[in-house]
Structures are given as structure tokens and as C-alpha cells.
Design a protein around this ligand. Sequence first.
Ligand code: BGC
Length: 734
Amino acid sequence: MTQKELSQLLKSMSIEEKINQLLQLSGSVYEETGVITGPVAQMGFDQNNMPAGSVLGIVGADKLKKIQKEYIEKHPHRIPLLFMADIINGYKTIFPIPLALGCTFEPELAEVSAAIAAKESAVSGLHVTFSPMVDLVRDARWGRVMESTGEDTYLNCCFAKAFVAGYQGNNVMDKDKIAACVKHFAAYGAPTAGRDYNNVELSERTLRDDYLPVYQAAIEAGCALVMTSFNTLNRVPSSGNKKIMREILRGEMAFEGVLISDWAAIEEMVCHGMAENRKEAALRALEAGVDIDMMTPCYTGNLKNLLEEGSITEKLLDESAMRILQLKNKLGLFENPYKDADSKEEKRWLLCQEHRESARKIASKSFVLLENENILPLKKEGEKLAFIGPYVENKWIYGAWSIFAEEKDCVSIKEGIIKKIGVTPATFALGCDVLDEGQKIADFASHVESKMTYKERESHLKDAVEAAKTADKVILALGEHAAQSGEAASRAEIRIADGQMKLLERVYEVNKNIVVILFSGRPLDLREVKKYAKAILVVWFPGTEGGNAIADVLFGDFNPSGRLAMSFPYSVGQIPVHYNEFSTGRPYKETEGTRFGSKYLDIPNEPLYPFGYGLSYTSFEYSRVIIDNTKLSFGGYIKASVQVKNTGEYEGEETIQLYIQDVSASVVRPVRELKGFQKVLLKPGESREIVFGIEEMMLKFYNIDMNYCCEPGLFKVFIGGDSRTQNSAQFYYE
Ligand code: BGC
């Protein structure tokens, strides 16, 4: 449709019809049973009265086509429904969780995974995914760090763009493409004390320097939707925050697409205490420019009244309704309301070999080797290996958001190992459960808990110790339960379960050659694990091909190359801990030996494993940083370079990281900030010159007057293999 036709359509719609476009309901109301239950029933809707303009959370080509057909037939203007869902790290073929993708330092892989997720979702009838989540995360207690690509603004910007490009391609109307929804605007990733849904307090400078650029990157990449966040930002709930939605998002950031509330977030303004009732909440949200009310009757129950009493204008309502119509039009739904939904294509593409191969490769690239005392890689022959732990046969290694994935489609570690080396050289044992006795965690649909009795626990532990006794090496697959991260899964103690620690200690008593494979949705406190393990390989939640990818890395068919996108704290007491902190007036190094330095008495300042860190089976050597000009002039460009050499025995990939420090400015600047990275594959003995261009825009920040600019002065350039590198040069910007 042309814009003119859309305007005519809007003109011909009744007030009720326009308001209905603004409601989103959960797809469960359309499930075949015809019985309306749960929140939708409580909202007063029934099968004959489902006024939504969009639905979320249902999938399947035939099912969605049927719903669409019936809906359009009933609709006075034959306006199609929008189908949306949370496709976070894949639809049926599951990729590593976003935090793991961040660790690849290869945004191209996020684009590939998003394109595959889009294709699988599109043929199953979806139009929109609630992804990417680009919230900057610095607190590992928050369960949703798994949905982010980590603690760094620049890295997250690169990934945000890549996700959007993968989902949307050049045009969301194209075959196999779906619209992306960047979330959660704004600053949801900074809840106080890491507790989900908690309030966020950020200075405007921090918000603008660190948090907003990532949403901006997604918007500049053409992201069709933005989702509001649950949190308050400096005491104002996002869904009613006119300043951030109208002034910043729509005004400064020039976002023209659909703004959708998070689940029930409009109504939650009542709980927050910023609205007395649903009516006031609806008023606040519409005034802020929130177009879609997800899962509450705030808009449908109140906008008409608000209009009639003159509290809102029809123009305001029209603006939102138009944006929704425009999105439907952008997707081509007026001409083809089914878009790519096709059950034959579902059979062909979902979990096809090509998608599985990508998932395997991407998973192996996301693993981070934290420790390796000459124990990895394993040998395919001549070593007696015992694979022990609750993750050896576990197939729920998808992460919290993989709501459409099925356990049966996953390759477990055991299956991956047997495929690689056959059954004979290895033994397998459970050892313990993921959760401890009595531990019960509410999950999305129900809850998870350990069903193992005390007797069973003792017997599994005994078997595991027996298996460990006779092995040359023990590979212990441990970690968090998938339900221990994700939404509403904050943790104050970020360690593996006591039962798993006990298993590790008991195995250590009989065999010191331990490799720990760690499953997790967040950085964990690994101090204890580190004491017992000769190698630690973090595999996050690796997805459908996890077992194969782990086997590839363990046996050296793939040399690990992942780098931490989020620091692993030494202990919870340091949190938030991130590499780009600010200098204090009493840096610890300078005051060492005296009482009055910025330090803890009981733990170090540094995280256990810092941002950008990760080992390889080979080693790399860096030359000193060479800078081609010590002066960067206005509008100019200088080059910083290093020679990187593979000094080990394996071919391997190195991630060369460029950090810049603004040594002195009108406000205190971070000790360093990531401004570039490159990955190179080097053969043993091979070396390569790596060149980074440095230009003005890389030096910009919000200065003392809140101007976004760069200030003249001294800058340091660091180039190395992680955020601690001291390999540096300096230049003046003038
Ligand atoms: C989450 C969103 C998600 C939405 C829809 C909310 O609880 O915060 O990230 O997209 O549900 O499922």
C-alpha cells in the first residue's frame, strides 16, 4: 500500500478499531481448545471478542495461516494480524546464547545465526522477533546477562547491527526475513543490585556515553521496533517516560518505527506508583508514545474514555495506529497476510543439515578457554577418558529463552564424544544432579527441581569416583541450570551447586587431571573450581549442536578462540566489575603498601578473568605498538599497528583488541575503552601486521558541558590480546 492508501484506511477506521490495533495478546487465546484461560481470561476477552492487532508467542505455518484467515475474514477492514515471538538464539536450530555470541568477537556470526533464525521463523509464520536485546550488562547477578552480548558498548554496537541485519536483511518484506525489535529501552541492564525488575539509577552522562549508543546502533541499522523496559530510569518507569521516549528515542535518535511495551509494563506503572489505575497508566503510556500495549487491557479499556473526556487527542491515537499499520505494510501483509508461512518449507529448513553445521561452528567459536595446564586438547587414542557430570548427557543446553526448541533435537556431550572417538576409549558417569537436593526454581511454564534421592546421590557420586580412579583424564561437565539464568533469575551467589563442588572435590582426591566444561548463562565465581581444575572451558549454553562443538574443541579439531565479553568477577563483592572503570584519585598500584589506596582488604581489585581474555591451544606474541604519527589533527587519521606471531604448535585464531585511553579531559574518562578488534587465523610460525585506523569519532564523549565531542590532549593506545594489555603508544589530538 502507498502511504496515501494507509492514511485513507486509517481515516475509515472507527475509534475502537484503531484502539484494537494497539493491543497485543498472547497467542494462547487462539490455541485450538477454544478455552480462554490465564491472563487473557482475566482481561475479559473471549473467543468472539479478541480485539488484538497483534499476537505473541505462537508458531507453526498451518496454525498461523488458519488464524490469519479467520481473523481477516471477520475484520471490517480486512487488516491482518501481526505474529510476534521471542526468537532469541534461534527458533528450532538453537545457537549459543547471545552472551556466548558476544565472546566470538565476530559479529558476522551473529548475523548468520539471526538470518537462520529469521528463515526458520518466517516459514513457521512469524513476522517479528523480540530480539536483539542490547542492554549493556555489568552485573553478573542479573540473570538476563545471558541475553546481552556483554559489558562493552562498542562490542555491543557491532553485535546489535549484525543481529538486525541478519533478521531483517535489506527489506523485511523479502522472503525469509522478519522484523527485529530492539529491547529493552532504556537501561534495563543496570538494575540495582542485579535484581531483575529493580530500579535503575544512572547519571545522564553514563546513560548517554555507555547505554544509549547500542540502541542507537540497532535503530540506525533499521530495526523496525523498540520495546520499552520494565525498570524505572531515575525514578520514572520507561513505559510512561515521555522524556526518554519522545525526546530521546523519537527526537534525538530519530526512531520512526513501532514502540511496544514489555509484557504488562503499562499496567505495572500502577505497581510502580506512577499511576493510580489502568486509566492513568494508559494515559501516561500513550503520551510517552508507546504504540502497543502488550498483554493488558489498559489501552482497550481506557483510551476511548480518555478521548471522550479530552485527556488525549485522536491525533495521538492515530499516530500510534498508523505506525502499526505501517509495520504491517512494511512486511507486505496487506498483499500477502501469510508472508512466508509454508509447512513444506518448514519441513525443508527447520533443523536442516546446513543450519546445524552453522550452529556447530558458531558454538565452537563461542567457547572460552580460561585455563589450560597442558591438559587439552585430548588425544583421540591412547588416553583413558572419563566424562563425568550432570551435563554429560543433558540435552537441555539451549538457555532460558529457547521456548520452541525440543530436547530430542539436541546433541549431548556424550553423543558428540561417541561420534568423534567411538565408545571404547571413554567412560561416562552422571556424578550428581545439576541442582542440589531441595532446590526448586520456577521456570517459564512450571518449575525445575532435583528429583534425586539422597541414596541415589551417594551412589552416583561413588560411581563417578570409581570411573575417575582408572582414567588418565577426567572431563567434568558442570554448571548452572538453564533456569538459573534468563528473566527473573537473579542470583546473589553465582557459584555452581554444592553437590557439583562436592563431586569436583571427590574426583580430585583420586585424579588430579581434571578438565572442567562449564555451562552457564552468566559469569560465575570460579575461585573454588579453579583450585581443582587443570583446564576450564566455558561453553555457556551452546545450543542444538553443543555436544558436537564441545567434542571438536576438546579433541583439537577446533582450536578455541572465544574471548570474554563480560568479566568473570573474583567474587560477588566486586560487582559491578568491568574493565572500562574510572581511575580514582588513589589508584591502588600507586598506593600499594599503604592503607589509603582504592582497594579491598580481602580480595583483589581485578576480576578473576577480565574482559577480552581467553586462551588458545597455541600462543601469540605481539610486537610493540607502532604509531605512524604522534599527532592526530582535526579531521585527520592515524594508524596504529602491531605484528602478531603464532608462536605455538597449532593453527589458531587471535583476537587483536584496540583500546584507547583519554588521559586527561574535562570529565574523568575510563581507564581504557575498546575501539576496535580484528580476528586473524595464523599458522604456527606465521606472523601478520595488524593495522587499526584511529580517527576523531573514536575519541568522542559527553564532556563537562554535555557536548558530544572530543577534546584536545594526550591519548594512549593499547593493542593486545585482552583488556589488561600494557602494550601501548601515545598520541596527541589537537
Ligand atoms: C520480557 C521480554 C519479552 C516479552 C515477551 C517479557 O517478560 O521481558 O524480553 O520479549 O516478555 O515474551
